[in-house]
Design a protein around this ligand. Sequence first.
Ligand SMILES: Cc1cc2nc3c(=O)[nH]c(=O)nc-3n(C[C@H](O)[C@H](O)[C@H](O)COP(=O)(O)OP(=O)(O)OC[C@H]3O[C@@H](n4cnc5c(N)ncnc54)[C@H](O)[C@@H]3O)c2cc1C
Length: 416
Amino acid sequence: MRYSALSIFLNGLRGNKGWAPAWRDPAPKPHYDVVIVGGGGHGLATAYYLAKEFGVTNVAVLEKGYLGSGNIGRNTTIIRSNYLLPGNNPFYELSMKLWEGLEQDFNFNAMVSQRGVLNLFHSDAQRDAYTRRGNAMRLHGVDAELLDREAVRRKLPFLGFDNARFPIMGGLFQPRGGTVRHDAVAWGYARGADSRGVDIITQCEVTGIRRENGEVTGVETSKGFIGCGKLALAAAGNSTVVADMAGLRLPIESHVLQAFVSEGLKPFIDTVVTFGAGHFYASQSDKGGLVFGGDIDGYNSYAQRGNLACVEHVAEAGLALIPSLSRVRYLRSWGGVMDMSMDGSPIIDRTHIDNLYLNTGWCYGGFKATPASGFCYAHLIARDTPHQTARAFRLDRFARGYPIDEKGVGAQPNLH
Ligand SMILES: Cc1cc2nc3c(=O)[nH]c(=O)nc-3n(C[C@H](O)[C@H](O)[C@H](O)COP(=O)(O)OP(=O)(O)OC[C@H]3O[C@@H](n4cnc5c(N)ncnc54)[C@H](O)[C@@H]3O)c2cc1C
């Protein structure tokens, strides 16, 4: 069924009884050409593009929970392509272009809102670094504007401009950045993949990877053995656990990242704003709540909940940036498990096992990458060659000495 204004109108006339489920709930088949582990944004997008762009439809996505129960349904919904390094920049811009046409492409309202992303700077040195990043973006054809203090003040007059330690001197603005409703992305890709024949199997945990003569032959799951021609991992914060089933040790650490929503407020932030002197960022949802977040919790964990120390840390940074937040009440918070790589950049690659493919290392920035990640991963799986924009995201880059260290902070996940 195609969704349209007319279909809403006609269904409304019929008491909304004509809607079909957005995707099926199939039993697993004994064998698929491709099995994808992880029904998050990346797994579902991969299945969608495999079917739509590469004609590979005998595909199953195996999800241990319900659809969208991982980070795809837990993130703070920010999209942007404001990257400095050549390894990253074209990839994230491809993602931005895919976001711009996504709702028409998969016929689903994902509330793509290009309200802009503003990164504030608080020192001369930081301004120089942001100027360099902005120039690199523009050289790659990405939109970037350097705003001075007064231009920022006109946009967001309530910020703490004269904070004694972190005065706001200006910001790097990407007008095409913004937010997208995260779970609608999962639903849209699921619906699009399902309608092209992909089986999305939820409550199906992969517990083992079976191999014969070196090759993967299938996966053990809570719903029995499922055979496959190719196995593609997209398990985000659980990547290390799943890869371990094939004897693969990954350069990934799992950390919790928390997010928060405030009580509903009248509209006052019409963009995404990020603090440059600490880790804090915020936007305002359509319901009026401030959606904000900050640093990862500093210890390793696979639990989808965080600790109070980080809550306090984020609140402090928030107050330094927006002093009036002191009178706002938190509504709720939650956590997701991040697949932190050693240079802060992702991995989309084949592995030393011929028919085992890997997609991981998204750290806390993988939501914005969902369309390009799905597209490039599907390209790799279908053609066995990397898509040109994802060539740099190789697993062996750490061994070869070619990390993609966008923030220049080295191999410390807690600093990314
Ligand atoms: C609080 C928070 C805020 C964030 N904010 C942003 C943001 O503003 N912008 C941005 O770009 N990124 C953000 N991110 C990061 C982004 O959400 C992730 O990088 C991205 O969603 C990861 O990819 P995914 O969607 O495929 O992950 P997930 O949705 O986590 O998908 C992985 C799936 O694999 C499943 N799985 C794991 N193990 C197994 C198994 N053994 N068998 C079967 N299934 C399994 C899991 O249940 C899960 O559903 C944020 C993350 C969090 C937690």
